[in-house]
Design a protein around this ligand. Structure first.
Ligand SMILES: O=C(O)c1cccc(C(=O)CC[C@H]2O[C@@H](n3cnc4c(=O)[nH]cnc43)[C@H](O)[C@@H]2O)c1
Length: 281
């Protein structure tokens, strides 16, 4: 399986990397957009980047000189016939749906080999009572919650306006597998819609409006829909996985528990790296 993980900021990418074993498999591939894409993971068996045809434009060494998770060998031993091959690349694309879409689209368009899956990952605000701080939200819908029109009669989504879309649906079988892996790992999580907004919610009135429009939504963040648009344009399935750093409501930045959310992100990718990613889609 070849997986592209798109986060917003480096701290999130670092947590993903730490969960997947914490070791960059090669020098970053610098995209034409300037984003640095890092290959993180070759679980068992190791597949050196040079054999993968994807070692980056600089011809960077395929594998850093460290043992890799799952017993991978830095020198690259022969890959047994039929063995699962996992490649996970991570890029911090920036904050917001536009930045996320650009980074994802460029990564997909310039990839030497096609990805099988795109993951939008990072921290998020959780809607009470669905998603407490530290918990995980696996999106069963990735929703652009402010892509529409404000009218005297209320919000009108872009579909009703007659152009575009505001929802992407991850493959249900895949979200179920991710949920199963988190369940088996004892990670508190919920499978529910995740909203994408360009503005972090910071008032009770806005929280109530979003909750009324999206009663099942468990989290809001700022990138998922942008990542999903780019993935859809390339025909690649997308999932969004968020760990909760704060509760959506009146702004209280001091109450954000970013460290807790990043730790949860690390644990989530530790579980996915040893369960879901090595499987076929
Ligand atoms: O300050 C830090 O150390 C730090 C570490 C990691 C991430 C951040 C961010 O500020 C990332 C911005 C990011 O967070 C998502 N997010 C988190 N909570 C919310 C929310 O309540 N509403 C919307 N987005 C939220 C969002 O996806 C941004 O990318 C800082």
């Amino acid at each position: 399986m070849r997986v592209l993980v798109v986060t917003a900021v480096a701290a999130e990418s670092d947590s993903v990397a730490a969960g997947l074993g914490g070791c960059a498999a090669s020098a970053p591939r610098v995209l034409p957009s300037g984003h640095a894409l890092t290959r993180l993971h070759h679980p068992s068996p190791a597949v050196p980047a040079d054999r993968d045809g994807d070692s980056g434009p600089s011809g960077a060494p395929g594998v850093a000189g460290r043992d890799l998770p799952g017993g991978g060998a830095p020198g690259g031993r022969p890959v047994p016939e039929g063995a699962a091959r996992v490649v996970v690349d991570v890029v911090a694309g920036g904050v917001g749906p536009a930045a996320a879409a650009v980074a994802t689209a460029v990564a997909l368009a310039t990839a030497p080999s096609a990805y099988d899956l795109v993951v939008s990952a990072g921290i998020a605000g959780g809607f009470a009572p669905h998603a407490p701080i530290g918990s995980v939200v696996v999106a069963d819908a990735i929703v652009a919650a402010d892509l529409g029109a404000d009218t005297p009669g209320g919000y009108v989504a872009v579909e009703e306006l007659g152009f575009g879309r505001s929802v992407h649906l991850p493959p249900p079988a895949l979200t179920a597998r991710i949920s199963g892996a988190l369940h088996a790992g004892g990670v508190r999580h919920v499978v529910a819609p995740v909203l994408t907004l360009s503005t972090v919610t910071g008032s009770a009135a806005r929280t109530a409006e979003l909750t009324a429009r999206h009663p099942r939504a468990a989290a809001e963040a700022m990138e998922g829909f942008g990542v999903a648009e780019a993935a859809a344009a390339h025909g690649v399935p997308v999932v969004e996985i968020r760990t909760v750093s704060n509760t959506v409501g009146p702004r209280d930045r001091a109450a954000w528990r970013i460290g807790e959310a990043l730790a949860s992100l690390r644990e989530t990718f530790r579980l996915l790296g040893s369960t879901v990613f090595p499987e076929d889609l």
